[in-house]
Design a protein around this ligand. Structure first.
Ligand SMILES: Cc1ncc(COP(=O)(O)O)c(C=O)c1O
Length: 393
């Protein structure tokens, strides 16, 4: 792989390890283990495996390594560890580095499962977590303490699409010596500049844009060589959250078209948001690419795009939101995002159902809120579908 390659080239050619057969498409090494020429060779590999030597698929595998190298090159990270799902990446990044007595500061607006890890799991193991309004830098500064070991945030947040000032949070965290961990799903690897802005660790659910075709669950933890090899890898390889070689191959194929898909999706989301803004059936159209979004300028500076997801607050609450969902003919009701197919979700009754009504209200997840992940269909067809469904409300 050449250091001079631009992102679209890295997405197609990055990380390739060709076998002796010279295959064009990346090979799937669907094997759990590897044979050794001698007992001495096995002992030597267990003592210190080289960068292209593998022991057991829970530790690493050539197809998985291709995916790790490709996504690390795109993100500008020194190393990556691929995981079985996005949640394995979030929990692995945090639990591999934290211990009882540590303090964590986290943005409050999080995906439900991330909230579960921070609120329930870490607390059970003696890690104290302080939640803040992620958009308020003063709140981060007030919450960070000398024993703060990590800060955690999603930017853009799910599903209220708050954008957090990553450079500002990183500066505050680093003053206290804390590690900045960012769940970057909504920013996507295409619009992300998280590491350049000061993040130390980036996690992705590869299930979203990276696969982008609704086929496989996966995730990845990206960071420095030392963090990935010395902190993440020992934890992940012994706790068993590894990505399967077949999934890695699906993700490699997804990455080839990632830039084309994500840019088309973001352009479609911008078109839809602009056309729907001010619609009389909507209390609010939330999209970071719209000038009336509270962090519009920050979103443009940080990502150069509003992203692939918009949220619509349908006037009339849950009944109106359900009428809208049920009247859509092209956009499908599901709970993934980042897919080539447009997907609509009612967070209050699905992804964020576990929260109390008060918690949802505090996060801005009202009964009329609908999340729309824009796919690669023709935006004109999507707009016709959405406008038709709004008419039915
Ligand atoms: C922001 C965010 N983080 C993490 C996840 C978890 O990813 P996965 O479903 O691949 O475990 C999701 C979605 O499910 C998400 O939206």
């Amino acid at each position: 792989m050449s250091d001079d390659w631009n992102d679209r080239t890295r997405l197609v050619h990055g990380g390739i390890r060709r076998s002796g057969y010279g295959e064009v498409s990346e090979a799937i090494f669907l094997t759990q283990g590897f044979v050794y020429d001698s007992a001495e060779a096995a002992a030597a590999r267990f003592e210190a495996a080289g960068p292209d030597e593998f022991i057991y698929a829970r530790y690493g595998n050539p197809t998985v390594a291709m995916f790790e190298d490709r996504i690390a090159a795109l993100e500008g990270a020194e190393a990556g560890f691929a995981t079985a799902s996005g949640m394995a990446a979030v929990s692995g990044a945090l639990t591999s580095m934290l211990r009882a007595g540590d303090h964590v500061v986290s943005a409050r607006a999080l995906f439900g499962s991330c909230l579960y890890i921070l609120e329930e799991v870490l607390a059970r193991f003696g890690v104290e977590v302080t939640f803040v309004d992620g958009t308020d830098l003063d709140a981060w500064a007030a919450a960070v303490r000398p024993d703060t070991r990590a800060v955690f945030l999603e930017t853009v947040s799910n599903p209220t699409l708050e954008v957090i000032d990553l450079a500002g949070v990183a500066e505050i965290a680093h003053r206290a010596g804390a590690t900045v961990v960012v769940d970057n799903v909504f920013a996507t690897p295409i619009f992300s500049r998280a590491l350049a802005l000061g993040a130390d660790v980036v996690v992705y659910s590869a299930t979203k844009h990276i696969d982008g075709q609704g086929r496989a669950l996966g995730g990845v933890i990206l960071g420095t060589e030392t963090f990935v090899r010395k902190t993440v890898e020992p934890y992940m390889k012994h706790t068993g959250g590894a990505m399967s070689p077949f999934t890695a191959w699906v993700m490699l194929k997804g990455m080839e078209t990632l830039d084309l898909r994500v840019r088309a999706q973001a352009a479609g989301a911008q078109t839809l948001a602009e056309a729907l803004s001010g619609h009389d059936k909507l209390a609010r159209t939330i999209y970071p690419g719209l000038p009336d979004h509270p962090q519009h300028a920050l979103a443009m500076a940080q990502m150069g795009s509003g992203g692939t997801v918009l949220s619509l607050d349908i006037a009339g609450g849950r009944a109106a939101a359900f009428q809208f969902l049920n009247a859509l003919k092209l956009v499908t009701i599901s709970n993934n995002l980042g897919d080539a197919k447009s997907i609509v979700t009612h967070p209050a009754t699905t992804t964020h159902q576990r929260l109390s009504e008060e918690q949802r209200a505090a996060l801005g997840i009202g009964p009329g809120l609908v999340r729309l992940s824009v796919g690669i269909e023709d935006p004109r067809d999507l707009l016709t579908d959405v406008l038709g469904a709004l008419d039915a409300v």
